[in-house]
Ligand binder design. Structure first.
Ligand SMILES: [Zn+2]
Length: 356
């Protein structure tokens, strides 16, 4: 049976993004503060009107600075996902720093929502060579920071070795599900005016033009897929402005009229797992790192049948719609200690893109 899912997702940055970029002065801070103070309540009212559940990726900094605003999101039944603690891309961290940030953010999420996050979205839409392994170790079931599909989901890979002088060596597929995103379905590059140093991003696009694009993305999904997922990424401080929230309502109405099913990302990931159960064999890397010449690490692959024990438990807990148990670090074999990935990989678009 045909099903066309729409995941409306929000990166609830609050003021963390401005502070992280070195703009802690009153005006940029107030620009971010518009999100929790004004925009989030408007958005929650809109979703209540249409009985839509959504997913919000929230930095620990926002949770601890605006607890009432984030609690309101929880109380309305929306998902809380991980978005770092300080809103800094994991590419900037060592493995230990990245893990520390992951744990700190997750503890903030547990305090505000009563459970750890199932999903992660990178503040820079980029991941380090350690990210996928750390997500699995800490019980995440999905990531939403990559762009390898538009209406499909897939299992994330880790351990690619990329050297422009050689063919790519793709790493092993893992048990982590990827819910892909795209700059074209993100409100920030379309709308957000930004000037930093000599760089200027004009933003301020016509909401009608963006609506036309986004409707076309949905219509094409219906035309070309039997079962598809379209993910939009918005920011309360951007999409909560009058003409944009009106555009969002028009978008919702169009997609509802065409039969769209609006779902939280974690529920969509669970549905994907159930659909793919039995015809995929996601594998988790074992710890057998081995360095080779040129400083690039070639990691031998050891595969596990399906999921590890604790991963299986977590999926089972999701299936039964019960609260997952506390995560234990019993997946140490999932990690690899082989050092950093290939140079090309490390210094790809992650070094060039900073994101709102
Ligand atoms: Zn963000």
């Amino acid at each position: 049976m045909a099903k066309h899912i729409v995941c409306l997702t929000f990166d609830f940055d609050g003021i963390s993004g401005f502070v992280a970029r070195g703009s802690p002065s009153p005006s940029p801070v107030s620009r971010g503060e518009f999100g929790p103070r004004v925009a989030a309540p408007r958005l929650l009212a809109l979703f209540k009107k249409y009985r839509i559940k959504t997913s919000w990726y929230v930095p620990g900094h926002t949770i601890e600075s605006f607890p009432d605003a984030v609690k309101a999101v929880v109380d309305h039944g929306h998902e809380i996902g991980h978005h770092g603690w300080r809103h800094i891309s994991p590419v900037a961290f060592s493995r230990a720093e990245e893990e520390e940030e992951l744990i700190r953010g997750n503890e903030s999420i547990k305090r505000i929502s009563g459970e750890y996050a199932r999903g992660y979205r990178s503040p820079g839409w980029d991941l380090s060579p350690h990210s996928v392994e750390l997500f699995i170790k800490h019980g995440f079931t999905y990531d939403s920071s990559m762009m390898g599909d538009d209406y499909g989901m897939y299992f994330a890979r880790q351990g690619d070795v990329l050297d422009l002088h050689k063919p790519a060596q793709f790493g092993e597929t893992t048990s982590l599900v990827e819910l892909p995103i795209s700059w074209s379905t993100d409100d920030s590059p379309h709308f957000e005016y930004m000037r930093t140093g000599n760089a200027l991003r004009p933003g301020l696009a016509s909401a009608g033009d963006v609506l036309e694009n986004w409707i076309a993305d949905f219509d094409y999904m219906q035309k070309t897929t039997e079962w598809g997922v379209l993910t939009f990424t918005c920011h309360p401080f951007i999409s909560g402005r009058g003409h944009r929230i009106m555009m969002l309502e028009k978008l919702i109405r169009h997609m509802k009229d065409k039969g769209a099913v609006f779902q939280r990302a974690d529920q969509t990931v669970l549905e994907f797992r159930q659909r793919t159960s039995g015809n995929t064999a996601p594998k988790v890397r074992r710890n057998r790192g081995r360095a080779v010449q040129s400083g690039i690490v070639n990691r031998s692959i050891g595969s596990w049948p399906r999921f590890s024990r604790s991963m299986r438990h977590r999926v089972s807990a999701e299936s039964n719609n019960i609260q997952p148990t506390e995560k234990k670090n019993d997946q140490k074999d999932c990690s690899w200690n082989g050092g950093r990935g290939g140079v090309g990989w490390r210094f790809g678009f992650g070094a060039m893109v900073r994101r709102w």
